[in-house]
Write a protein that binds this ligand. Sequence first.
Ligand SMILES: [Zn+2]
Length: 264
Amino acid sequence: MSDAPRGPRFTELALGAGVRGVLTEAAGGVSPAPWAAPDGPGLDLGLNAGDDADRVRANRALLAGALGAPVVYATQVHGAHVREVDDPAAATLDSVGEADGLVTTVPGLALAVLVADCVPVVLADPRARVVGVAHAGRRGVELDVVGAVLDVMRSRGASPADVRAVVGPSACGRCYEVPDAMRDAVASLAPGAWSTTSWGTPALDLPAAVDARLRDLGVGHVVRDGRCTIEDASLFSHRRATAPGGAGTTGRLAGVVHLLDARG
Ligand SMILES: [Zn+2]
């Protein structure tokens, strides 16, 4: 196993012709525990989770190299502000600024959303050639960050019926326990979020809420990744890390999307 090739581990998304999207996993970077994968160093892509900033930048550089595209990252604040990125110079290994959604029409410029239990949403209109990402945690669902990203994509020529969306790995509705009043509050805004844990206590199903919202907005193709970050050790999970006996912190994985060069 020590001879196994190292590098960012990710799954490819089907977002239509001329678009590449991926979801990263914990493995394939340079970060040690508690930002590591079960079987080796971790691809922690988050600058605000206690990991060494230079290691995170090294992981970000590894991902950009593997994708063959520079990647733009925002400082996510559980809001609904969407930033339009039109300058490739925004793809530093640091942050373009505060935002919970990013949109671009620039070929070859990748956008990333970082999560560790929140829902990463990756969107593309392959016909209009507009792509976007959204960070949809509990607050993002309440604030409709997905609708905000789609609004900006529409302003750049996208048509919801042509948009393909992937609802990435997150805490699932059988694991994401919350207080009863919080479940009521979120479900009053996003009914699809109402859930119960596998042990019978109040919970939120954020991927179901995001899926329902995308369909309400008329998005033509919605795919659920289905993996639960809390249950799947190959993914980063804040809840798992902060549970009794956990390491206290963990890394961040990414959903990434970019338009392929028109010639490519
Ligand atoms: Zn789960």
